[in-house]
Design a protein around this ligand. Structure first.
Ligand SMILES: CC(C)(COP(=O)(O)OP(=O)(O)OC[C@H]1O[C@@H](n2cnc3c(N)ncnc32)[C@H](O)[C@@H]1OP(=O)(O)O)[C@@H](O)C(=O)NCCC(=O)NCCS
Length: 230
């Protein structure tokens, strides 16, 4: 009997810490970017975390890793979706808030991960900025913290897709229609003029940190299994 293929995505979260030793893992360009931040700890923690997780999985020294970037919008190699130099069969994605960094890694298709603090969804124009008109119905019955958590989850689904494609918020998230917060995560419709990805599988992620929501998108038709690394 044929077994269905499942894409295994490794996911690792870490709390943001203020640890100067983490800077030793970064390269010169990352340290220069960190130095330009008013509060560098989230950036330093996140990029050190990427290097540690990838270093473990690939069996290389974290500090030796190098990254290329590519922007599908303008073709620049100075910004945009990052890839790992010398390991083209691996995909990864990074997302972080002031408190938490999350990295997703897999062999094969493009990945996007997004993490949101639930309070980031606490603003009046959320529906106008984020949702297609019909998506607003999915939030009926959600109030208070549950409403913010539902918003953060749907926002994370959309941004995970747009990080997997590499477009980021160049694509208007109201044009990326996903299932409602109480439904299994899936891309429902793509209304942007940018090319629709041929296949997208979405998974919501259960984090240890309770006030955040996260989702992973993979540009594949296969089901995704998210395995949390400890
Ligand atoms: C990608 C994007 C949505 C991430 O936004 P965010 O919520 O602030 O940040 P997250 O913590 O979730 O993710 C940040 C990480 O995503 C990755 N990333 C950056 N651009 C990316 C892209 N286009 N696609 C996928 N991943 C991207 C990087 O690892 C980045 O970390 P870094 O900024 O420290 O290097 C946002 O930066 C964006 O929309 N970028 C596109 C802007 C653009 O292309 N403009 C047009 C230029 S011509």
């Amino acid at each position: 009997m044929m077994r269905a293929m499942v894409l295994r995505v490794s996911l690792a979260e870490t709390e943001v810490v203020d640890d100067p030793a983490l800077r030793d893992l970064l390269d010169d360009a990352e340290r220069a970017r960190a130095d330009r931040k008013r509060a560098p700890s989230p950036f330093v923690t996140a990029h050190a975390h990427v290097r540690r997780v990838l270093g473990d999985l690939l069996g290389v020294d974290p500090a030796s890793l190098a990254f290329d970037r590519h922007c599908p919008t303008c073709g620049s190699t100075q910004h945009g979706k990052p890839t790992i130099v010398g390991h083209p069969q691996w995909s990864y994605s990074l997302s972080y808030t002031d408190a938490l960094a999350v990295v997703a890694v897999a062999q094969g298709p493009e990945l996007g991960v997004d993490v949101e603090h639930v309070t980031e969804a606490d603003f009046g124009g959320f529906a106008q900025v984020t949702l297609a008109p019909e998506e607003a119905d999915g939030f009926a019955g959600h109030e208070g913290q549950a409403l913010l958590a539902a918003r953060a989850q749907v926002w994370a689904r959309k941004e995970a897709i747009l990080k997997a494609t590499g477009h980021g918020l160049v694509v208007d998230p109201t044009e990326v229609v996903v299932t409602g917060p109480d439904e299994d995560p899936a891309l429902v419709d793509w209304r942007a003029r940018e090319e629709r990805p041929t296949a997208v599988t979405l998974a919501d992620v259960v984090l240890r940190c309770p006030d955040h929501r996260a989702s992973v998108a993979a540009l594949t038709g296969e089901p995704v299994e998210v395995v949390t690394l400890r």
